[in-house]
Design a protein around this ligand. Structure first.
Ligand SMILES: Cc1cc2nc3c(=O)[nH]c(=O)nc-3n(C[C@H](O)[C@H](O)[C@H](O)COP(=O)(O)OP(=O)(O)OC[C@H]3O[C@@H](n4cnc5c(N)ncnc54)[C@H](O)[C@@H]3O)c2cc1C
Length: 617
C-alpha cells in the first residue's frame, strides 16, 4: 500500500470514528465534561480536551464568503483568529462563483448611479408576503424578520467594508443580473473586477476570485491564520446543553491529485498553520463561527427538506469544495436549532437547476482543461445551444416532459413585477402563472425506480449524428466523460451501455428507449407533440451513431440552516443563545436570498460581534 493510501485510510477511519461516536453522543444528550484525558476523549469525542493543540480568540470554520469577512473584522477589533478550512485552499463555493454580489440599502454605487434604496426599503422588500415567483412559490414570506432587519441595516456597510479590504467593484450601475430574491424595489447586483492571472488564482478562472482572493490576502496581511485540510467534526461546549462553546476538533483531510503523493496546496501561504497530524483540537477563547456553507452536499440532510434529492444530484460548486452540513450537525449536537426550513423545501429561487451542459458529471461551471481541478472534473461537457436536437429521457428511457422547458424561476429581482407596490395585496394577481414543471417531472419516480428510495435517477439527453453536426460538437475527451457519455450504432446497444454510469441503478430497458425514439420520430413527422406539447418538434433522432449524455439537473443553493438572531448568534430549541457560537451564510436559516450578499453581510455582522465576547482562558 502506498503512503498516500495509508494516510487516506487513517483519515477515513478517524472521521468514521468521530461520526459514529458523535451519533451516539447526540443520542445520549451529547455528554461533555471539562479536563478529561486524551485517552478518554478518544472514547467520547464530546469530552472537552484537557490540552489543546492550537488556540485563538475566534475560531472560524470555513473560509468562504461568510468566514473571510468575519475573520477580518474580528481581527480588526483586536481578536486573534484561526480559520479552520476542510479544503486545500480558501474561498469555498465563493471562489467558484460568478462574482456578482447583491447588496443594497443605499450602497455607494447605488447612490452614485441614482438607484433609490434604503435599509427600510430593503427590509420591507425582504419580508414582503405578497411577492410570489411565477410558479406560485412565495419568495420572502417565510423569511425571519429579525434576520432581514439585520441584513438590510448592514448591507451597504458591507459594501464599504469589502471595498476597504481590497475588493474592487466595477464602476457601473447596479443591475438585476443574478440578483435572486434580494428584493424588487431597487437594482442591487454589483459586479467585482476580476483579478489578473485569474486562471491561476481560481480553479475556474475569475468571478468570485475578485472577491475572495483580495479578502484572503487582506486577512493574511492582518494576521489571520489558516489551518487548511482540517475538517471540523466536533464543537465542544461546557455542558451537554448548557454553557459556552470552548473549541473544536478537526480531522486531517488532505486532497491529492490523481497519481500525486503530496497534498494539494493553497495558492497563498503566508499565515498557514502547516499541520498534518490526523486530528487537532483548537481552543476558541471568545467565539466559534460556523461558516461552513450549508448542507446541500449531504444527501441525508438535504432530503429532510426535499426527499427527492437523492444521491444522483451533484452540487454547483463541486468538485472544489463541499457543503456537507457538518457545521449544522456539529452545532445541533450541542443543542442548536434549525430554522426557516420552508425556504429550502419550496421550489423557488433556482435551488435546483437544469443546465445547458451535458455529457460530464460537473455541468454547472464552464470547466476548462487548464484548471488545476480538471483531473477531478475530467470533462468539459458539451454546451447545448438549442435543445431542439435533443430528446430527454429518464432512467428507464422514457420522455417525461417538454425538453425545451427550463428550470423553476431563478428568483425575483427588480423589474420582475411592474408595477410593484410593496406589500400590496394585488401583487400576486399581477404575476403570470408559469409552473415550469420540467424539474418536478425529472424528479418524479418512474416505473423503473427501485427500493430503497425509489429515486428518479439520472436524466439522459439522447441524440444522433445529425445533432452533433448541427451543434458542431467535438465529442472526444476531454469534452465528454466515458462514464457520463455513451454512443452506439443502435438504440438498444446505447441503452445497455448507460448502465455503466455509477448513478444509473436499473438497467435501461432497450425496447423502452427504442420505443421512445420511434414515437418521438413520429411526433416530428406530424409536427405536433400530443405527449408533452413540445412547441416545435423539429429533428428526428435517426442517423447512427446514437448518443446518450448525462443531462441531470444540479443542486445550487442552501436556504436553511441554524437558528440565529440579529447578531448571528446561534440559538437552541428554546430560543436561547448558545454563548460564543455564531453562524452565517448558507449554514444559517431564516433567509431566502440567493448568494454571497447575505453571506458577506452576515460575516460582517459576526466580525463586529465576536471580539466583544468574554474570554474564558
Ligand atoms: C458555481 C457557483 C456560482 C455562483 N454564482 C454566484 C454569483 O454570481 N453571485 C452570488 O451572489 N452567489 C453565487 N453563488 C453562490 C455563492 O457562491 C454562495 O452562496 C456562497 O459561496 C456561500 O458562502 P458560504 O460562506 O455560506 O459557504 P461556502 O462558500 O460554501 O464556504 C464554506 C467553506 O467552509 C468549508 N467547510 C465546510 N465544512 C467544513 C468543516 N466541517 N470544517 C472546515 N471547513 C469546512 C468549505 O470547504 C468552504 O470553503 C454561486 C455558487 C456557485 C457554486
Amino acid at each position: 500500500m502506498s503512503r498516500d493510501e495509508t494516510d487516506k485510510d487513517k483519515r477515513i477511519s478517524r472521521r468514521e470514528f468521530v461520526k459514529g461516536a458523535g451519533a451516539s453522543a447526540v443520542a445520549l444528550g451529547g455528554a461533555a465534561s471539562i479536563g478529561t484525558s486524551a485517552a478518554q476523549s478518544q472514547q467520547n469525542p464530546y469530552e472537552v480536551p484537557g490540552e489543546w493543540d492550537l488556540e485563538a480568540d475566534v475560531v472560524v470554520i470555513g473560509s468562504g464568503p461568510t468566514g473571510l469577512p468575519a475573520a477580518i473584522r474580528a481581527r480588526d477589533a483586536g481578536a486573534s483568529v484561526i480559520i479552520v478550512e476542510a479544503n486545500y485552499d480558501a474561498g469555498g463555493h465563493g471562489l467558484m462563483n460568478g462574482g456578482t454580489i447583491q447588496l443594497g440599502g443605499g450602497t455607494k454605487l447605488q447612490k452614485k448611479y441614482g438607484v433609490k434604496d434604503s435599509p427600510e426599503t430593503m427590509f420591507k422588500d425582504l419580508t414582503d408576503w405578497s411577492v410570489v415567483e411565477t410558479n406560485g412559490m412565495p419568495e420572502y414570506r417565510y423569511n425571519d424578520r429579525a434576520i432581514q432587519r439585520a441584513l438590510a441595516d448592514n448591507s451597504a456597510k458591507t459594501y464599504d467594508f469589502l471595498e476597504a479590504n481590497g475588493v474592487k467593484f466595477l464602476d457601473i450601475p447596479p443591475s438585476t443580473e443574478g440578483a435572486h430574491a434580494v428584493g424588487i424595489s431597487a437594482r442591487r447586483a454589483h459586479e467585482v473586477i476580476w483579478p489578473k492571472g485569474q486562471g491561476a488564482e481560481s480553479p475556474r478562472g475569475g468571478g468570485g476570485a475578485g472577491l475572495y482572493r483580495p479578502l484572503e490576502v487582506t486577512a493574511r496581511n492582518k494576521g489571520v491564520r489558516f489551518l487548511f485540510n482540517y475538517h471540523m467534526d466536533v464543537i465542544f461546549r461546557e455542558a451537554p446543553n448548557g454553557g459556552r462553546v470552548l473549541g473544536v476538533q478537526a480531522s486531517y483531510t488532505p486532497r491529492y491529485l490523481p497519481g500525486e503523493s503530496t497534498p494539494m496546496k493553497s495558492f497563498y501561504s503566508d499565515g498557514n498553520i502547516g499541520l498534518t497530524q490526523p486530528s487537532v483540537t483548537v481552543k476558541a477563547k471568545k467565539a466559534i463561527v460556523v461558516a461552513t456553507g450549508g448542507s446541500t452536499g449531504n444527501i441525508n440532510f438535504r432530503r429532510i427538506f426535499d426527499p427527492r434529492m437523492t444521491e444522483v444530484y451533484q452540487l454547483a460548486g463541486s468538485p472544489y469544495s463541499d457543503q456537507d452540513g457538518s457545521g449544522e450537525i456539529a452545532a445541533m449536537a450541542i443543542g442548536a436549532s434549525l430554522w426557516g426550513t420552508a425556504n429550502q423545501s419550496f421550489e423557488r429561487n433556482g435551488y435546483f437547476r437544469k443546465r445547458p451542459v451535458i455529457g460530464a458529471q460537473y455541468t454547472y461551471i464552464n470547466w476548462t482543461p487548464d484548471s488545476i481541478l480538471f483531473p477531478f472534473v475530467r470533462a468539459t461537457g458539451l454546451r447545448v445551444r438549442k435543445w431542439d436536437s435533443l430528446v430527454l429521457v429518464n432512467q428507464v428511457g422514457k420522455r417525461f416532459y417538454n425538453e425545451d422547458a427550463g428550470s423553476w424561476p431563478y428568483g425575483t429581482h427588480h423589474g420582475f413585477l411592474e408595477p410593484y407596490i410593496q406589500g400590496d395585496w394585488r401583487n400576486p394577481r399581477r404575476i403570470k402563472y408559469d409552473p415550469q414543471n420540467f424539474l418536478d417531472a425529472a424528479l418524479a419516480p418512474n416505473e423503473g425506480s427501485e427500493p430503497p428510495d425509489y429515486a428518479a435517477g439520472p436524466v439522459w439527453a439522447i441524440f444522433d449524428a445529425d445533432a452533433v453536426e448541427r451543434e458542431e460538437w467535438d465529442l472526444n475527451p476531454p469534452a465528454t466523460d466515458p462514464l457520463y457519455f455513451f454512443s452506439d450504432n443502435t438504440l438498444e446497444g446505447l441503452a445497455k451501455k448507460i448502465k455503466k454510469n455509477p448513478y444509473q441503478k436499473p438497467a435501461m430497458p432497450p425496447d423502452y428507449l427504442r420505443g421512445t425514439i420511434e414515437r418521438y420520430n413520429e411526433i416530428v413527422d406530424s409536427g405536433h407533440d400530443p405527449d408533452f406539447e413540445r412547441p416545435d418538434p423539429k429533428y428526428k433522432v435517426a442517423r447512427p451513431p446514437f448518443y446518450a449524455a448525462w443531462a441531470t439537473p444540479v443542486i445550487h443553493d442552501c436556504y436553511t440552516g441554524l437558528r440565529i438572531n440579529m447578531k448571528c448568534q446561534v440559538q437552541d430549541m428554546n430560543g436561547q443563545v448558545i454563548p460564543g457560537l455564531y453562524c452565517g451564510g448558507e449554514s444559517a436559516g431564516g433567509s431566502s436570498q440567493h448568494g454571497q450578499g447575505r453571506c458577506t453581510t452576515q460575516g460582517y455582522i459576526i466580525g463586529g460581534q465576536v471580539a466583544k465576547e468574554p474570554s474564558w482562558g
